[in-house]
Design a protein around this ligand. Sequence first.
Ligand SMILES: [Zn+2]
Length: 512
Amino acid sequence: MRLFLASLLALPAFGQDIAGPRIRAHVKFLSSDQLEGRGVGVRGGELAAEYLATQLELLGVKPAGDNGAYFQRVPLVGVEPLPSGTLSGAMPGSLLGFRWLDDFVGVTQRQTEIAALDAETVFVGHGITAPEFGWDDYKGIDVRGKVVVLFTGEPPSEDPAFFDGKALTYYGRWTYKYEEATRRGAVGCLIVHTAATASYGWDVVRSSWGREDMQVALSNGAEAMAFAGWITEQKGDEMFRSMGKTAAEMLSAADREGFQASALPIRLRGSFPAKVRRVETRNVVGIVPAGSNQPNTEAIVFTAHYDHLGIDRSKPGDGIYNGAVDNATGCAMVLELARAWQALEQKPRRAAVFVFVTAEENGLRGSQYYAANPTAPVKKMVLNLNLDSFYPFGRVSDVVVTGAGRTPYWKIVQNVTQRFRMTIQPDPRPEAGSYFRSDHFSFAKAGVPAFSINMGNRVAGKSEDEGPKLMRGYSASHYHQPSDEYKPEWDFAGMEEMARYAFAIGMDAANQ
Ligand SMILES: [Zn+2]
């Protein structure tokens, strides 16, 4: 009995000493103007990495990066397509011309200053190979050395057993399309943009692809496509005219079961010059080993990205993207988790690894690199919990843990949620595929059970719709804007509670 009481009193085991004021202090520093928006591979981002490593060291958390340091080197290559790029097609009886930005955008993945292609073209529908759904758009066709033309999205479904019903699976995302085309040995991939398959207009495609793309450096001998890009629906119509079809008709063919890929009578030529620069950036990694007499073979991995968008001098004001909510908050909370974990007298059965990842805003690059090249001395990562962007409006009564239901830790998540007297809110827009846009997804792709812990939008002490309004409002006016800045009146009670919640899930999983 006395023992039981003593352990109850040793509150750290419950993460009860996780404290909002410490989270506030980290957020204040990490989002200050002196950190210059924590851009990747530049001074501000490097300072943030140094700060995080120093904090881990002060806590006594052991380094677990390269060669006994807190840092893991992440080699990236920035590839900026130049407007002098060209693309044209020859088809029976006519020529096809494409104008940069107006008709086509994209970038070479070869990481060279010039890449070119001159190749036959194959229409591969949605470009999906999904054995678990009995679907293969590449069946019976060899696209090696060719350019594949396809649509984003996936076959429409109301059946949860087929492409997860209405929810978007990873197969629907454009990143998957490029990865699969590369695996198939294609030299190029053109996605036909349509209003039906993309939830955004051509203007969004155009502005996100007309600029530098940050890629993980190719390892020697790795294959990469000469061009990965998009074309407008109108250009799609012109291409498919060679088959006597419109883009809309080709799309409905792609949606049908039994779809068969086919060669298009078009030869595409293109040359894709780019400005290429190497970018050195770092993940920050620390470990709290498992309890004594426990083999250090398995670990829970906590992640938060520390990078943000740097400075944009063309913006009014200072142009510093402070990234207070996104994601100084997650970093601060993971530091607090590390502190509480390190303070445990009795460490759990599994180790805890804390990774502050870089280049999330460039397409989850730091987490992608860590998941593929983990440096912490453990054999297996059994769970990744990711923290990204928390709101400073006080405590909430609900959480969003999309994807947790597919991990072996669902029971734990449900129990902990109940213990915290909170409820689990379903993903508000499963068709938008937010699950694929946060760092945990890099781990999920590598086979590690993974999900992000997010606040729901019911704020304690506010009416039903006031909470959602506050959060939507913050998102609408400050998301990815220089105005995502720390304010002294911010309330950190919600982050404190969410950090305790993450700690409890991690702890239960570490002892399972
Ligand atoms: Zn962001």
